[in-house]
Structure formats: C-alpha cells, structure tokens
Ligand binder design. Structure first.
Ligand SMILES: [Zn+2]
Length: 134
C-alpha cells in the first residue's frame, strides 16, 4: 500500500482553505462561459453507509466564480469531486442537461487510524440556461 506524500498530513481545514483559495482565483462564469445565463448543479450522494450526505444544489450566475470542485461531504475524507471537465464539455457541446456518476477516490480515517476507501457515489445533474439575448 502506497500513500502519496504530502496528502496524509492534510487536515480537512487545510483542504477547505485550499479550495477557497482556488475558487477565489477562478475566472468569473461570464468570462469563461459568456453564453450561459445560469448553471445549475444538483449533487445527490449515494452509498452503502448509514449516514449519506444530504443533496446539494449550486446555482451559478454569470458573476459567480467558475469553479467546479467540491470536497467530499464526509469531514474525515480527503476526497473531492471535480466536475470542471464535465461542465466544460457540456458547455462546449451545447448540452442543456448532463448527468452522470462520480465515485469519491478519497480515504476516510477511522477512529483508530484505520484507513478505508470512501467510494461515496455522486450522482450529478448539470443544467445550463443559455442567454438568448442578442
Ligand atoms: Zn469521500
């Protein structure tokens, strides 16, 4: 079993901080996707654990940051879901609705330093509304 260096010492607080920094540095939606009036991301989680995280809905307007990385909702997991490539492809292909499944590749730390793979399933639905004004 190999652990990539630099990951094991990262706390969830650090991860949140890094995420916020990355999001702050991301371009605005209107700069990246000028034709999109609104982007709606519906995230639903599925898995075998008893405590499945609650669904999330993110609505991004043109002034919002075009940032599509979401941390795994489990506080003890170091995984993240990156929807950037999916959103990019959907906008490029002019698809108004895309859905699919991602699996968390993170590791959850148990009570006695036992590590197990998270494998939380994320079912996403991305809907885009185009700005039809000339
Ligand atoms: Zn996870």
């Amino acid at each position: 079993m190999r652990l990539s260096p630099g990951q094991s010492g990262t706390t969830s607080g650090d991860r949140l901080l890094l995420l916020r920094r990355d999001r702050a540095a991301a371009p605005a939606m209107r700069a990246l996707f000028p034709s999109i009036a609104q982007l709606r991301l519906e995230l639903r989680f599925e898995g075998t654990a008893a405590n499945i995280p609650v669904p999330q809905t993110h609505i991004l307007h043109p002034a919002a940051r075009a940032y599509f990385v979401f941390l795994c909702p489990y506080a003890d997991c170091n995984g993240r879901f990156d929807l950037a490539a999916i959103v990019n492809a959907a906008v490029e292909d002019s698809l108004s609705r895309v859905e699919g499944l991602l699996v968390c590749g993170g590791t959850r730390v148990g009570g006695h330093a036992s590590r197990r793979l998270c494998h939380l399933h994320l079912h996403y639905v991305i809907t885009s509304t185009r700005d039809l004004a000339p």
